[in-house]
Design a protein around this ligand. Structure first.
Ligand code: PEP
Ligand code: MN
Length: 354
């Protein structure tokens, strides 16, 4: 597999003509074929850089004419699609925030099926990608693809980009990958090309290589990676952008792991058996615990005792977390697990008592 044919790379935003041309040159020199840059930037807060609009597209067109690169950019409205066509953009994508809005997606889908100067709009583009919505809602993601299909865009013109999901509480990733969601997406829409965006998943440079490797191991069709000629000075997403040199190093070190080491495969099967047995133990322990809770619920009902007793809760929580810590378990993890278990127990008891 020639990875260089499967990578879309370029800066988060098209900042200036010099930055676009310099980054495009360096990416072309390492063998990249598709150049991305944002012309309209959906920012969380007002007052930040929101993109250079059609000026950015002009610079990108110049990069295309100079280096023979294909172009990719984010669009959020029919007007953006029109301009993307005007400036000869080859690939467009609906961003993660836009995918959350069915009205916006529908408007884009309807527009793509209108006739332009010579062709129906979708025919002007090599591919129309849909990023996953910011929240982990697979139906919304699939729904956006269905809107395009229903409006008449053929499946081979549609792709999906997995860029991770925003959760309130995550420490390592900027957007948690939740690979199971993209795997489910692929199962349900196998005909739709699926690529991964490690930059927005990781949010920082040092996680990009392992996420690229993981995506390739999982069989993704390609990668979209943010790359900038001077990442530290980037106007948007500075922490996650890498130089074209580093990008080349990462791509050249991605390997296709062959699954043909029989000894390792049988050892893996044994470990997986052990994991299954450990999971079963957890399930039996949970079921046992719940049975006891129900008995307590009955006792409380018969004796008019309150369900939730904060002192007892704190005591059991501390015990759980401290014991877990002695066993080498992370305190945050055990606190979270205990709270989930406790919430379910309280819920069960309330059903009995009331
Ligand atoms: C981007 O690609 O720069 C971008 C804004 O991505 P997302 O829509 O995934 O946040
Ligand atoms: Mn970005």
């Amino acid at each position: 597999m020639d990875l260089y044919n499967k990578i879309i790379a370029g800066p988060c935003s098209a900042e200036t003509e010099e930055q676009v041309m310099e980054t495009a040159k360096q990416l072309h020199d390492i063998g990249i074929k598709i150049f991305r840059a944002g012309a309209w930037k959906p920012r969380t807060k007002p007052g930040q850089f929101e993109g250079n609009g059609s000026k950015a597209l002009q610079w990108m067109k110049k990069a295309k004419d100079t280096y023979g690169l294909k172009l990719a950019t984010e669009i959020a409205t029919p007007e953006h699609v029109k301009l993307a066509r005007l400036y000869d953009i080859d690939y467009i994508w609906i961003g993660a925030r836009t995918t959350t809005d069915p009205f916006a997606v529908q408007e884009i889908a309807d527009f793509l099926n209108l006739r332009g100067e010579w062709k129906v709009y979708w025919e002007y583009f090599d591919k129309i990608y849909v990023k996953n919505p910011v929240s982990p809602d697979i139906e919304l993601w699939i729904g956006a693809i269905q809107r395009l299909l229903k409006a008449g865009v053929p499946a081979n013109k549609i792709g999906a980009i997995h860029r991770g999901f925003c959760l309130y509480d995550n420490s390592v990733y900027r957007n948690v990958p939740m690979w199971q969601i993209s795997q489910e997406f692929h199962k349900r829409l196998p005909e739709i090309e699926l690529i991964c965006d490690p930059s927005h998943i990781s949010g920082k440079r040092d996680l990009i290589a392992p996420i690229c490797q993981q995506a390739i191991n999982l069989g993704y069709d390609g990668l979209m990676i943010e790359s900038h000629c001077n990442p530290d000075k980037a106007w948007t997403d500075a922490k996650q952008q890498i130089t074209p040199d580093v990008l080349k190093y990462i791509i050249d070190n991605i390997h296709n792991k062959p699954n043909n080491n029989e000894k390792a495969i049988s050892q893996l099967a044994e470990y997986r058996d052990q994991i299954d047995r450990a999971d079963n133990k957890i399930l039996y322990a949970l079921a046992d615990r719940l049975k006891i809770c129900k008995k307590i619920g009955k006792l409380k009902k018969e004796n008019n005792l309150t369900v939730f007793q904060p002192d007892r809760y704190n005591q059991v929580l501390n015990h759980f977390v401290e014991n877990g810590s002695l066993l080498g378990l992370d305190k945050e993890l055990t606190t979270q697990i205990f709270n989930d278990i406790h919430e379910e127990s309280v819920h069960e008891q309330i059903e009995i008592v009331e």
